[in-house]
Ligand binder design. Structure first.
Ligand code: APR
Length: 234
């Protein structure tokens, strides 16, 4: 990899696994015992609001018990020290990248620690339990807040910014994602069409592994610090 200036990093649940947060798919995955359609869709929220709010309340509570791992810390170091362009695009709704200190990042699937009002659209930081009752900080309505999570069938956030960053990138790196959910799963193809370098760091080959120039298999807590060291040592 020569002459790399602008980097786009995509992260998924695998980067937070070593912090103790379950991934979505595979044994012990978050969907186990729950059908996706029962939890993570606008229809599920309309049909069974308490179940959906409880699911995300539990995940929000779990977030308070975990900490960033070596993978998050290494990416935050890359953010601080990389002189070129960088955008960390995470599919994760946890806040471990920012708790590690990363700033040049965005959450394309929303955030657990954020809520928005279905009545007025106001978005606010939210750290408690929605089942306990909520009030919108914008319009004052009661119990109209929902998790600021992009459900299946909803538009991911900041697509324009991601496309622009991919368009200007020299290197696309995918970390800890199974490549099962679009549009993120398609970024490697977008990168290949643009003729830029692509690298995958994952525990096992993902659905689209064959699209990457290089795949390194192993835990993110080891692979990411080693790759960041490589980039900063150039
Ligand atoms: N280090 C690196 N990779 C890991 C580790 C680890 N320690 N542990 C697991 N992985 C890998 C798994 O092998 C798997 O390929 O991380 C990937 C996690 O895949 P998923 O559980 O499918 O998570 P993700 O790809 O982030 O899911 C995408 O799906 O349900 C939606 O909106 C949700 O953002 C999520 C999206």
């Amino acid at each position: 990899m020569t002459d790399i200036r602008n980097i786009v990093v995509l992260t998924g649940a695998g980067i937070s696994a070593e912090s103790g947060l379950n991934t979505f798919r595979g044994p012990g995955g978050l969907w186990e015992g729950h059908r996706v359609e029962d939890i993570c869709t606008p229809e599920a929220l309309a049909r069974n609001r308490a179940l959906v709010l409880d699911f995300y309340d539990q995940r929000r509570a779990a977030l308070a018990t975990v900490a960033p791992n070596a993978g998050h810390v290494a990416l935050a170091r890359l953010d601080r020290e990389w002189q070129g362009g960088l955008l960390i695009v995470t599919q994760n709704v946890d806040d471990l990248h920012e708790r590690a200190g990363a700033e040049r990042m965005l959450h394309m699937h929303g955030e657990l620690m954020s809520a928005f009002c279905e009545h007025c659209g106001h978005r606010q930081r939210f750290g408690g339990a929605m089942l306990d009752g909520t009030r919108c900080g914008g319009c004052g309505a009661a119990d109209t807040l929902r998790p600021d999570i992009v459900f299946f069938g909803e538009m991911p956030y900041e697509m324009d910014r991601i496309d622009a960053a991919l368009g200007a990138a020299d290197l696309f790196v995918s970390i800890g994602t199974s490549g099962a959910v679009y549009p993120a799963a398609g970024y490697v193809q977008q990168a290949r069409h643009a003729g830029i370098e692509t690298l995958e760091l994952n525990l096992e080959p993902s659905a689209g592994s064959y699209f990457f120039h290089e795949t390194r298999l192993g835990p993110a807590g080891e692979l990411v610090p080693a790759w960041v060291e490589e980039m900063l040592g150039k």
